[in-house]
Design a protein around this ligand. Structure first.
Ligand code: NAG
Ligand code: NAG
Ligand code: NAG
Ligand code: NAG
Ligand code: NAG
Ligand code: NAG
Length: 253
């Protein structure tokens, strides 16, 4: 009988101690935007709650203390971007990097419980732009494409709307894409996508055009009968210009 009562008391205490949590809305808060540190799992009516900036529920850390529908007091850590809701939640608007850190909320229903939460503040990825060391590359030359961006945790490259073909060299941070010996088949539209958990930016396309040739030069007889007509063709970019020689002398045909 005693053991049974003890178990019941223990489980009630466990519920109130472990029942509350704080959910960040949105999950990945971004500079200049707002976040709600939403208190979840409260059973019963909130009589009073207090938010602290820091890891310890101590008076010098207090942001505010609220007795819903009665009164509230601002603590020494109060700042005007902070707002309390009757359900115990804290909203911070116009986030700045220094808002990042631990917060403690203490909630009084029947008993007093508290929970600590870490608030991350993410910097959004800024514009991603592709630049190159070699604007008019010749085939077999070396070309690097660089994706310029800030605050990215991840950079992905694409060619003509799909992921890169194998065999290209990416730097460890993926910012630089190197063609050690560029080929005519590397011609195409490249983009880089820079992201972190909170944001993502895709660059404008960069068109890589590889100059090559002329090679694979051919002379084809177009007509076996008179008048004789010969056509010269080759693979080249930009398109080649053609000239003819007869017996080693430039012809003026
Ligand atoms: C945040 O707002 C300030 C002031 O409006 C602005 O200068 C800054 O660029 C903004 N930062 C971001 C990451 O949007
Ligand atoms: C508390 O109230 C705020 C503002 O109305 C809301 O955004 C938040 O989701 C509420 N939290 C819970 C747990 O209901
Ligand atoms: C808030 O109101 C309650 C009830 O009126 C009162 O007992 C308490 O002292 C007040 N707290 C502050 C900080 O004014
Ligand atoms: C806390 O500070 C804000 C901004 O100065 C003010 O509007 C509010 O009335 C203050 N609250 C209390 C209880 O003093
Ligand atoms: C680099 O790109 C590869 C795919 O090419 C990707 O799997 C990897 O996550 C990227 N790493 C970084 C740090 O962006
Ligand atoms: C080119 O050389 C051949 C052989 O020497 C000769 O028969 C022909 O007349 C020459 N043609 C011209 C246009 O010089």
């Amino acid at each position: 009988m005693r053991g049974y009562l003890l178990t019941v008391c223990l489980s009630v205490w466990m519920d109130s101690a472990h029942g509350i949590g704080v959910q960040l809305i949105p999950q990945y808060p971004v500079v200049n935007q707002s976040v709600t540190l939403s208190v979840t799992g409260v059973t019963g009516t909130i009589r009073e709650f207090t938010w602290y900036k820091g890891s310890v529920a101590a008076a010098p850390n207090q942001i505010f203390n609220v007795t819903p529908s009665l009164n509230s007091t601002n603590g020494t850590q109060y700042f005007p971007q902070a707002k309390g809701f009757r359900n115990g939640s804290l909203q911070i608007s116009g986030l700045v990097p220094s808002d990042r850190g631990n917060y403690v909320v203490q909630v009084q229903t029947g008993s007093v419980t508290q929970v600590t939460v870490f608030l991350p503040v993410y910097e959004p990825v800024t514009s991603s732009v592709i630049s190159t060391n070699n604007k008019e590359p010749q085939e077999n030359g070396k070309v690097t494409l660089t994706c310029s961006t800030n605050n990215a945790e991840k950079i992905l490259w694409g060619k003509n709307g799909v992921s890169l073909p194998p065999g290209l060299i990416l730097s460890a941070d993926n910012k630089t894409l190197t063609f050690s010996s560029v080929s005519r088949s590397d011609t195409g539209q490249y983009r880089c996508e820079a992201s972190n958990v909170a944001s993502k930016i895709i660059s404008d396309p960069y068109t890589l055009t590889v100059n090559y040739g002329p090679d694979n030069l051919k002379i084809i007889s177009m007509n076996a009968r008179k008048p004789l007509s010969l056509e010269c063709s080759s693979d080249s970019f930009p398109s080649p210009t053609y000239g003819w020689k007869i017996n080693g002398t430039i012809s003026g045909i």
